[in-house]
Design a binder for this molecule. Structure first.
Ligand code: GCB
Length: 593
């Protein structure tokens, strides 16, 4: 799925800014046809942003169900004859969209884009009312899953993941044009052989006009390096400048449709990084060279905006990664805004892309939602959930397949993985991911109680990603025991599977300013000592090819006895001030070069 862009044949305008906003506390808006009129009340909400923290009102913060956004747009008069598209980069977790009185789109899943073709509905030069209802409810058949408990005081949302259920329009909204016959998708796969680079491409087009496809590849300075005709093909060229961790070199792939008179009728330019990714035994190779991941599991999370994308926080977070010498992060626990992946592409930061499938695990349900259930059953996570998961996976791959920064797909975070039911659930999803993208290694983040002895799904995947909390949820305040247990377990994994291991989570909640000499949990010193202990162990085990600390920054969660105004495992506070461990990581990671 292509991002909207201005090109010689396309125009793109942002619909970000203030929209009218209404919380549908009684759940009557759909029945009453709220899209037909101006929304009730006087509230406005910024897009992009979560709505939860905007108003000092628990009824908004903890609302379960629909909220409505609305604005009037004017279609530029010069768009006559063009195809006109409305695109939401995300609506969390599901949405229905109307233009004036007509429903134009519906979408399930909170972290991938969707579009509506408005060509036959809108009039260039005229004003139209755009209304979107966004539902934040999590159910057994949503990804991520959850359930709504009906209490005497109203509905309460329960869920099995450890971050606040922020909702709303978290990302940009666009109105854009394409010609009537247009390039609908581009897929590239890249290869390297010595100094020869190859970009295999497929261009999809839609529309009635006869056309030829022209493709030109230019280097970062604009010099042509290869060209081809036809909707699929390979561009091979010498003296390739590969995309590398730490150096996001990008080529420009210009795709053009030409009509019978040889005139360009549509044009789109995609940034392409030429690199290869492979797993060989217990090594992870980028461009044929062993790669060691350093960095974090992150969240899209900041004060006031919640999960709303923010360019200032994005640039700052990447600058902090660079300051630390970190080379990678995981998009825990959902696909991040496309701006983030494009930034990673340009700056050579390596990304593990994750689906929103988090909390598919009864053990976590018991601790995070005091809920007792069987993970996979007819009444809980079932084949309908699996379909939604498959769709989320497919939409993530469709959106992010061309990003050189993305080197692994993570299918889920900490799902149940020790039962035959879990195997039956995941096997088809793994097959589907391989069919959709044969080029990238697959993984999932493994939960602490799934050990080499009882795990039954890791064999399906290419890389072992382990989330471990020795020294925190186990062996609290006993780092010596934690060190022994961590090392024993890692060695057991290496005996069972000849695969690279990335520690995708380890860490300790830490309150900034709390200091100690004795090993005391929640202090800055304990976090630093715990991380140092993990690093000693990693350095002793060859199969460990990466360390991603949980978490980059403190983040908001649902209330919990173990949560002090959110999860405090950040190496930075929520407003991005360093804790003691940041300096220690900087020393370790910068020394790796
Ligand atoms: C985990 C989860 C992550 C939590 C973290 C924690 O295993 O993957 O979402 O936030 O532990 O801090 O408990």
């Amino acid at each position: 799925m292509l991002r909207p862009r201005d090109t010689p044949t396309r125009e793109c305008t942002s619909l970000n800014g203030l929209w009218r906003f209404a919380v549908d506390a009684e759940g009557v808006g759909r029945a009453d046809g709220w899209w037909r009129h101006t929304l009730p009340g006087r509230r406005e909400a910024p897009v992009p942003a979560s709505y939860n923290d905007l108003f000092p009102d628990p009824a908004v913060h903890d609302h379960v169900g629909d909220v409505w956004y609305q604005r009037v747009i004017r279609i530029p008069g010069r768009w006559e004859g063009q195809r006109i598209v409305l695109r939401f980069d995300s609506a969390t977790h599901r949405a229905v969209v109307w233009v004036d009185d007509t429903e134009v789109a519906a979408h399930e899943g909170g972290y991938t884009p969707f579009e509506a073709d408005l060509t036959d509905l809108v009039e260039p030069g005229a004003e139209h009312r755009v209304t979107i209802v966004v539902d934040n409810t999590l159910s057994w058949q949503s990804i991520p899953p959850g359930y709504v408990e009906q209490t005497p005081d109203g509905p309460r949302q329960r869920y099995f993941h450890d971050f606040f259920n922020y909702a709303g329009l978290h990302r940009s909204v666009w109105l854009y044009t394409t010609p009537r016959t247009y390039i609908s998708d581009i897929t590239v796969f890249t290869r390297l052989a010595g100094s020869t680079g190859t970009v295999d491409y497929q261009i999809q087009a839609v529309g009635h006009e006869e056309h030829d496809v022209r493709v030109t590849l230019r280097d970062a300075d604009g010099a042509e390096v290869a060209r081809a005709t036809g909707s699929t093909g390979g561009l091979t060229f010498e003296d390739v400048h590969p995309w590398k961790p730490g150096e996001g070199y990008l080529y420009h792939l210009h795709a053009e449709l030409r009509n019978a008179d040889e005139e360009p009728t549509d044009a789109y330019t995609l940034q392409v990084g030429v690199r290869s990714v492979a797993v060989e035994g217990n090594r992870f190779l980028i461009n044929g060279e062993p790669f060691y991941f350093t960095g974090f599991g992150k969240h899209e999370d900041s004060p006031v905006r919640g999960k709303g994308h923010d360019d200032a926080f994005m640039v700052h977070d990447f600058a902090l990664l660079e300051w630390l010498g970190a080379n990678s992060f995981r998009t825990s626990h959902y696909p991040y805004a496309e701006e983030v992946l494009e930034y990673a592409d340009r700056h050579g930061i390596v990304v593990i892309g994750e689906t929103p499938a988090v909390g598919l695990n009864a053990e976590l349900g018991a601790t995070l939602a005091e809920a007792v259930f069987t993970t996979f059953s007819e009444f809980t996570i079932n084949s309908a959930t699996q379909d939604v998961h498959r769709q989320a996976l497919a939409e993530m791959i469709a959106r992010d397949k061309n990003h050189p920064s993305v080197v692994i797909w993570s299918i889920a975070n900490e799902p149940e993985s020790t039962t035959t039911a879990s195997r039956s659930y995941f096997e088809p999803l793994v097959d589907e991911a391989r069919r959709l993208d044969p080029s990238r290694p697959l993984a999932f983040a493994n939960f602490m109680s799934a050990t080499p002895d009882n795990d039954v799904i890791s064999g399906l995947f290419d890389v072992l990603m382990l989330n471990r909390y020795y020294g925190w949820y186990k062996n609290l305040a006993d780092l010596a025991a934690a060190e022994r247990n961590l090392e024993d377990e890692l060695r057991a994994w290496t005996r069972k599977h000849d695969k690279p291991i990335i520690m995708t989570e380890y860490g300790a909640d830490t309150l900034t300013g709390l200091r100690t000499i004795t090993p005391t949990p929640w202090t800055e010193d304990y976090q630093a000592a715990l991380l140092a202990m993990y690093h000693r162990v990693f350095d002793r085990i060859e199969a460990v090819v990466g360390e991603q600390i949980w978490n980059f920054a403190d983040f908001a969660t649902a209330p919990g006895l173990l949560r002090v105004d959110g999860n405090k495992k950040g190496v930075f506070t929520r407003d991005r001030r360093p804790k003691t461990s940041a300096w220690q990581l900087r020393e370790r990671w910068r020394a790796r070069g």
